[in-house]
Design a protein around this ligand. Structure first.
Ligand code: ADP
Ligand code: MG
Length: 255
């Protein structure tokens, strides 16, 4: 029963780090079921925007509204449970744990059973664990890493680690998925693979906010693009409008 056609509504967000406004009076809305991209030069405030949405950073002023609920003072793990997951610009995995365990651990951190839960696992908990494992394997299948499920995460290639981070985020069953430079450092083949995955995830009903520097990818898969420079929104529109926007070309595309 969501009233708004927008899953996320950022209202006049500002985030200061000391004297620096990393994000400055930023407002935009994300339509349900769409792929939105956030682009802009390094230091423009893209990752900070994602951190403000997930509760990792707190806004100095302004509001984050997700499905008609204000998130500003809600704990990150609760926000995650409400349906917002993210991947990281710098992938954070447990290298000595298996690929499968890396997917499962996110769930455990989100829904802690506590000491009694661990000591006295009821049949219901065991069933839940089995279900979690089946789901985790299904996500690994989705991203193409099922055959690596029992290998150490550290043994994966860089591109595979990015995929594993995505599987971990998907296992939280998000309604909104925030992807922070998923294709940074990947080759063209890997980027095409990611592009198809992102579209499939969107088609499964998950709304996506993508941060990415690879312009062809952004232009190909985005429904709408928001451009940041020095923490401020300098443009918003569909890919064609953004490519034709003179302020954007000057600030970012360098033409
Ligand atoms: P982007 O992701 O667009 O490259 P960031 O959001 O990471 O940009 O950073 C925006 C600005 O905020 C940069 O100048 C960065 O140095 C600064 N910044 C980001 N996080 C912090 C922090 N935790 N403490 C101080 N400054 C930060
Ligand atoms: Mg960043």
């Amino acid at each position: 029963p969501d009233k708004s056609e927008y899953i996320l509504d950022l209202k006049n967000l500002t985030k200061y780090f000391g004297g620096l406004a990393a994000v400055s009076d930023l407002s935009f809305q994300i339509e349900r079921g769409a792929i939105y991209s956030l682009i802009g030069p390094n230091g423009a405030g893209k990752s900070t925007t994602i951190n403000l949405i997930t509760g990792m950073d707190r806004a100095s002023t302004g509001e984050v509204i997700f499905r008609d609920r204000k998130l500003n003072s809600i704990e990150p793990y609760i926000i995650s449970g409400m349906g917002i997951s993210r991947t990281f610009q710098h992938v954070r995995l447990f290298g000595r744990m298996t690929v499968l365990e890396n997917v499962l651990v996110g769930k455990h951190l989100a829904f802690q059973y506590g000491i009694f839960g661990t000591l006295l696992r009821t049949p219901k908990m065991r069933r839940q664990e089995r279900l979690n494992k089946e789901r985790a394997l299904a996500y690994l299948d989705t991203i193409g890493l099922l055959d690596k499920a029992n290998e150490e995460a550290a043994s994966l290639s860089y591109g595979q680690q990015k995929l594993l981070d995505l599987a971990r985020a998907l296992s939280m069953e998000p309604k909104l998925l925030l992807l922070d430079e998923p294709c940074a450092g990947l080759n063209e083949t890997e980027i095409n693979y990611f592009a198809n995955l992102i579209k499939r995830i969107r088609n499964s009903g998950i709304t996506i906010l993508l941060i990415e520097h690879h312009m062809k990818l952004v232009m190909d898969i985005s429904d709408r693009i928001i451009v940041l420079e020095y923490g401020k929104k300098i443009a918003e529109g569909n890919p064609k409008e953004i490519q034709e926007n003179s302020a954007v070309r000057e600030a970012y595309l360098g033409t």
